[in-house]
Design a protein around this ligand. Structure first.
Ligand SMILES: Nc1c(N[C@@H]2O[C@H](COP(=O)(O)O)[C@@H](O)[C@H]2O)[nH]c(=O)[nH]c1=O
Length: 164
């Protein structure tokens, strides 16, 4: 049975935060995806996407990093970075969030239109709607940590304060 609670005979007015979901690079907020084509400069070289940079940092071997940087598509970088055929750096779990934070800062300070898009989300809850990713995304059942969304909201606060 559906119950409607009325306050003083009126529908209660509840302010829910706006929700910004992203995943597909072609979606409204697709630019927030790490696979979106917004190059960043890190360590003196340009990377085609945040994903290329992030995946390459999983390895200490410079030639392997360079191979990942040269891949035409971010999806290929993700496949290579996730392959345990290569030796993952032992401190990866300790450094990965800071690497992502720095890469996102670079992305959104380099590209003005997407910086504005992020700032204009106001106080919206930003979620990477990645069904198979319970770390960076929300996962299939919404129980994921949404670390990418959290880092984007953290960055948004910094950028909003700077624009005031
Ligand atoms: N897992 C996932 C996305 N999530 C992204 O995967 C990246 C980290 O993956 P990992 O190397 O597993 O830690 C990170 O950029 C996160 O935002 N995105 C996508 O389009 N498709 C996917 O399948």
């Amino acid at each position: 049975m559906k119950t409607t609670v009325l306050l003083n005979g009126k529908q209660p007015h509840i302010c829910l935060p706006k929700l910004v979901l992203f995943y597909d690079v072609n979606g409204t907020y697709g630019a927030f995806s790490n696979l979106a084509p917004y190059p960043i400069e890190q360590d003196g070289v340009w990377w085609p996407t945040v994903e290329h940079h992030f995946q390459a940092q999983k390895f200490h071997e410079p030639s392997l990093r360079e191979r990942i940087r040269q891949l035409p598509f971010a999806e290929q970088a993700a496949v290579m970075g996730r392959s345990r055929h290569f030796l993952l750096r032992p401190d990866w779990e300790d450094v990965k969030y800071e690497i992502m934070r720095r890469a996102l800062y670079c992305k959104f300070t380099t590209h003005a239109p997407i910086r504005e898009l992020l700032i204009e989300t106001g106080e919206a809850l930003i979620i990477e709607d990645a069904r198979d990713d319970y770390c960076w995304g929300c996962g299939r059942d919404g129980s994921g940590r949404n670390m990418l969304g959290l880092l984007l909201m953290e960055l948004r606060t910094v950028l909003q304060q700077r624009e005031r």
